[in-house]
Design a protein around this ligand. Structure first.
Ligand SMILES: C[S@@+](CC[C@H](N)C(=O)[O-])C[C@H]1O[C@@H](n2cnc3c(N)ncnc32)[C@H](O)[C@@H]1O
Length: 258
């Protein structure tokens, strides 16, 4: 090729940089869930790396996907709480959906739809790819979509909803979210249950008028998930986070204000 000639391949597009915590050099170990299903939900991204230039950035906890066994156990608990409508009437909404692992797990149940809401564009982008792979592999027929926005701006879909929170944000965001839900639910009579895993801000929910606690307790990780999460978290630089056998969880139901 003579000097100055242009390549027919065209200019190379720079690969978007991975968030800290999502590359092998940051200690990333792929979760067996990803290896089994060919998706990408592994990794731990500390909250300080998840700034997206939005008002609630400073309240982000971290990105880490829920353990499949914990997800399945909280769903069992929820179904024991006698949902007010058949499960196929409910929309499952993951507030703080990350790369969508909880959404993929939820799509195994006959929900009316599965919706994810994720603040960080890079995580939402990976999540959308996962949903596309899931659909292409015909793993579900449940409609699924991922919205990239702040959970407090998201308007709950009409009809019964079950909201899933895996400790996504701090108390100020949770408080704002509950207030906006209360207002909406008071004017559009509907049903809402909240599944709160790793319920660090449990007090916020307990104090919010109109919500009643149906369950509070520890949900056990399977041994396989415990070994996996411990191995993954041992490899993170700085070792800020650790996996426990149990996740503190609660389930709340909107009962309405007196
Ligand atoms: C612990 S991860 C949970 C991921 C997912 N729910 C799962 O279980 O696989 C919490 C996620 O919440 C997101 N998040 C935090 N604050 C948010 C907000 N205000 N609105 C939407 N997403 C938020 C974070 O970016 C992070 O991806």
């Amino acid at each position: 090729m003579s000097a100055g000639a242009t390549s027919t391949a065209g200019p190379k597009r720079a690969r978007p940089r991975l968030l800290p915590g999502l590359s092998v050099k940051d200690g990333l170990i792929r979760h067996p869930f990803d290896l089994e299903f060919g998706v990408r939900t592994s990794g731990l991204v500390a909250g300080r790396h998840l700034g997206a230039g939005r008002r609630n950035d400073r309240h982000v906890t971290a990105y880490y996907a829920v353990a499949p066994s914990v997800f399945q156990s909280i769903l069992v608990r929820w179904r024991r709480c006698r949902p007010q409508a058949p499960i196929d009437a409910y929309t499952f909404v993951d507030l703080g959906a990350g790369m969508g692992r909880a959404m993929l797990l939820a799509s195994a149940y006959p929900f009316r739809a599965v919706v994810g809401v994720e603040l960080h564009p890079a995580l939402a982008r990976i999540g959308r790819k996962n949903l596309a792979l899931w659909r292409a592999a015909a793993r579900t027929r449940v409609p699924m979509r991922m919205r990239c926005c702040d959970a407090v701006e998201f308007v709950l879909p009409a009809g019964p909803c079950v909201a899933f929170l895996f400790n996504p944000f701090g108390a100020p965001v949770l408080r704002r979210l509950l207030r906006s839900w209360s207002q909406r639910l008071a004017s559009h009579a509907s049903w809402l249950d909240i599944l709160y895993v790793n319920n660090e801000q449990e007090n916020v929910l307990a104090r919010e008028p109109g919500f009643t606690r149906l369950f509070r307790g520890q949900v056990r990780r399977s041994n396989a998930d415990l070994v996996t999460d411990r191995t993954i978290l041992r490899h993170q630089p700085g070792r800020e986070y650790a996996a426990t056998i149990w996740e503190d969880c609660s389930i709340y139901r909107w009962k309405g204000r007196e």
